[in-house]
Design a protein around this ligand. Structure first.
Ligand code: FEO
Length: 164
């Protein structure tokens, strides 16, 4: 059975994953408005991925005889200064989530909760991928600078992402 503290922390993590999902959906709409359909597609898949992270936590909390609590989700930003600024926001959100997962991991350690450890190890690995993919796009954007052709080439590449 989950300790009350871990149950609450896992619920907060679920909320944070749902916030990520909404943030990425909002960024997807921004990209769409900029005619960057590949970027928009990429962010829609990212949105679905965050929903699956939240559902992994939802299932786990309930499986451990806890109660998954669906809480209010903060309003994500709607306007973004640039493509670069939007992608920087993605990376910042992923770093924040990584920090939360690491805190949860330490909490599970202090409770000697091995099942939660195993769950969180999956998330820790996932965060490596999440940060890496955001960094790669940011680096590509830096290389492109203000070049429209380069941006369209990157957009076409982003369109190739399939559901993970
Ligand atoms: Fe669920 Fe992108 O971390």
């Amino acid at each position: 059975m989950l300790s009350a503290k871990l149950e609450s922390a896992l619920n907060n993590q679920m909320n944070s994953e749902l916030y990520s999902a909404n943030l990425y959906l909002s960024i997807s709409a921004y990209f769409e408005s900029e005619n960057l359909r590949g970027f928009a597609h990429w962010m829609r898949i990212q949105h679905q991925e965050e929903i699956s992270h939240a559902m992994r936590l939802f299932t786990y909390i309930n499986d451990r005889n806890g109660r998954a609590v669906v809480q209010a989700i903060d309003q994500p930003p709607v306007e973004f200064e640039s493509v670069q600024a939007a992608m920087d926001m993605v990376l910042e959100q992923e770093k924040r989530v990584t920090g939360m997962i690491e805190d949860l991991y330490r909490e599970a350690q202090s409770h000697k909760d091995y099942a939660t450890h195993v769950l969180l190890e999956w998330f820790i690995q996932e965060q490596v991928e999440e940060e890496k993919s955001a960094i790669e796009i940011i680096e590509d954007l830096k290389l492109i600078g203000g070049d429209g052709t380069g941006l369209l080439i990157l957009d076409a590449r982003m369109a190739e992402r399939s559901g993970d």
